[in-house]
Design a binder for this molecule. Structure first.
Ligand SMILES: Cc1cc2nc3c(=O)[nH]c(=O)nc-3n(C[C@H](O)[C@H](O)[C@H](O)COP(=O)(O)OP(=O)(O)OC[C@H]3O[C@@H](n4cnc5c(N)ncnc54)[C@H](O)[C@@H]3O)c2cc1C
Length: 463
């Protein structure tokens, strides 16, 4: 057996890389993480998940002032308060710093070596790392995990300038609330930022080529979300194709293929992300990207070089911090123990718009396409005491159930705490519970979780 410097080298310290390194260290392996930025945590901690969710928390607090629940009179945090966004950005950096310190201490506790620098392949087991001061080192490892993540797609035709024409990373750094904001895109990141900045008081316009926002989601949920967006004065320009984006003295101008012109003082371009393969010199490891720009991997996240794995955003959909972490653990156990770990149950998705959306399983459209004989039951937040207290009248929990087997096929939620509530439905589906279980369960009172019971009882009535 050749000897290597490390049992495992992980490139990238995002959620995928971190979890892989910790999992391998727990197995007693000699592990190092290579990170090119002067901080750890990746997009998730520094420019994506955590800062955007922390910003959303502030926007959500500001937004509560317009709800009809008790919070309206209790609320004392408004976006119009002077310095609101500056205070918010300071709090966000505290959250990020705290989390980063936790990651560093965890890596140290488990004896993971952190190597600063940009990694690229020399051959299938060797990497060159160019440090922050240009110093070079060559390191070898038995196994290598690529977790270099993704970056916003920035087409050459869009004149990004970090001030007016922004991607999601630079939008998270602006220290003022734009009076008007054009959001290009109707996907998750676009919708999250549209609702955040509308809550801060920006006049937001969303442009997307699809007929509806988040086109793959359940239609009933999208209808509520679109209505809520309109109630927040977000203008939706759907079925609209972008022609040109130009910087003007006042801000930015967008022309569409149908000849319309829109103006605003800031623009967020949120149309997709690209994998960070760029500087890795994949060919030196015998790896190649396909026509779509992705390196092929098997169901164990292995490339054609079996000791090199690809995880997280670099592995493609679903491109989430939650799944990146799990993939890190799965690949390490596969590499060192030959174990095949599987996720249990269906994968939940959360979209932190205001209001929040979460779902698990199939949509009505998908069930119709499969000719499934299903029924649906809906529990409305507005019919629960908790919903009335907090003033969330639009929220709902929708269950899709197989008419014959009584299996739960899909759960779709919009409203406060949707991303937490979904786990009740997810667990029921994972345990292959019938809808009857939700109907006969006693839920705390008053809670939003009671919506599960109402929706399940509605299903039982139809059965
Ligand atoms: C605005 C926004 C909001 C999001 N919200 C959510 C959410 O609510 N929930 C959720 O689950 N996910 C969310 N995501 C997605 C989530 O952030 C990503 O799925 C996750 O960060 C991917 O993790 P990763 O480990 O694959 O890579 P990343 O987090 O992208 O980390 C990759 C790391 O690799 C480093 N690197 C790259 N190349 C090299 C190299 N050659 N040498 C050394 N280091 C290198 C990078 O510097 C980076 O630190 C969001 C993303 C964005 C942009």
């Amino acid at each position: 057996m050749p000897s290597f410097d490390y049992d495992l080298l992980v490139i990238g310290s995002g959620p995928g890389g971190e979890s892989a390194a910790i999992a391998a260290a727990k197995l007693g392996k000699k592990v190092a993480i290579i990170e090119r930025k002067p901080y750890v945590g990746g997009v998730s901690l520094q420019t994506g998940t955590i800062p955007s969710k922390a910003l959303r928390e502030a926007a959500y607090l500001a937004n509560r002032s317009s709800s009809w629940g008790m919070r309206r009179s209790l609320q004392n945090c408004t976006a119009s308060k002077n310095g609101f966004l500056t205070d918010t950005l300071r709090l966000i950096s505290q959250v990020v710093d705290h989390k980063e310190a936790q990651i560093l201490s965890k890596l140290m506790r488990h004896g993971v070596t952190l190597i600063p620098g940009e990694a690229s392949f020399i051959d299938t087991h060797s990497l060159q790392v160019v440090g922050p001061h240009g110093d070079e080192q060559h390191i070898t490892a038995a196994y290598i995990i690529l977790a270099t993540g993704s970056r916003p797609r920035r087409p050459k035709s869009v004149p990004f300038d970090k001030q007016v024409i922004l991607d999601s990373s630079s939008l998270l750094k602006i220290a003022h609330v734009p009076a008007s904001l054009i959001v290009v895109g109707g996907g998750v990141i676009a919708c999250e930022f549209a609702s955040i900045f509308a809550s801060f008081g920006s006049k937001v316009t969303v442009i997307d080529s699809h007929a509806q926002l988040l086109a793959y989601m359940d239609d009933d949920i999208v209808t509520v979300l679109s209505d809520e967006f309109k109630a927040m004065n977000i203008k939706l320009c759907m079925n609209t194709r972008l022609k040109e984006i130009t910087r003007t003295t006042e801000g930015v101008k967008v022309t569409t293929e149908t000849g319309d012109t829109l103006q605003a003082d800031t623009l967020l371009y949120a149309l997709g992300r690209k994998p960070n393969y760029g500087l890795l010199n994949l060919d030196k490891a015998g790896l190649f990207a396909d026509d779509q720009g992705w390196v092929r991997i098997n169901e164990h996240y292995q490339t054609s070089e079996q000791h090199i794995y690809i995880i997280g955003d670099l592995a493609g959909r679903p491109s989430l911090a939650s799944t990146a972490k799990e993939q890190g653990r799965i690949t390490v156990h596969h590499a060192f123990e030959g174990k095949v770990l599987h996720n249990t149950g269906p994968l939940p998705m959360a979209i932190y718009t205001i209001p929040e959306v979460s779902y698990v399983g199939e949509t009505e459209r998908e069930l119709q396409q499969r000719n499934v004989n299903y029924i649906k039951g809906v529990g409305y937040y507005g019919n629960t005491a908790r919903g009335q207290i907090i003033g969330d009248e639009q929220g709902l929990v929708k269950l899709l159930v197989d008419r014959d087997s009584r299996d739960i096929l899909g759960v779709h939620i919009i409203g406060e705490s949707a991303s937490e509530l979904i786990h009740v439905g997810q667990m029921a589906m994972t345990c292959q519970a019938k809808v009857d279980v939700l109907a006969t369960t006693v839920f705390n009172y008053p809670t939003l979780a009671q919506c599960y019971k109402s929706a399940a009882l509605e299903c039982l009535q139809q059965l």
